[in-house]
Write a protein that binds this ligand. Sequence first.
Ligand SMILES: [Zn+2]
Ligand SMILES: [Zn+2]
Length: 107
Amino acid sequence: MAEGDKKIVCQICGTVFIFSRREQIAFKKKGYTNIPRRCPVCRKKKRGYPGASKGGKGAVKQVFTIKCAGCNRFFESPTKPHPGLPMFCQACKVLNRGTQPKRRKRR
Ligand SMILES: [Zn+2]
Ligand SMILES: [Zn+2]
């Protein structure tokens, strides 16, 4: 490790990498003021796989098409509908919530 080199811990993988004096100068020339937070490996990884998703295959979300009991429109829901139970779309849910009759105590 030469003089002026910096040891940086990668924020992605935790590897300690050297940010050399030469690199620091090159960085400054480019106008960067912040030190790199990722090791060269992680920097390459991010460039190579934009938006790489974890999990891989078989992570397809199941969606149920349900007929709304309020407006008879079909809508999609990630939750499984219960047979015999009326299901409402998001719009009707909000509507029902807003127009719910409030119980008033009468004297
Ligand atoms: Zn890394
Ligand atoms: Zn509805």
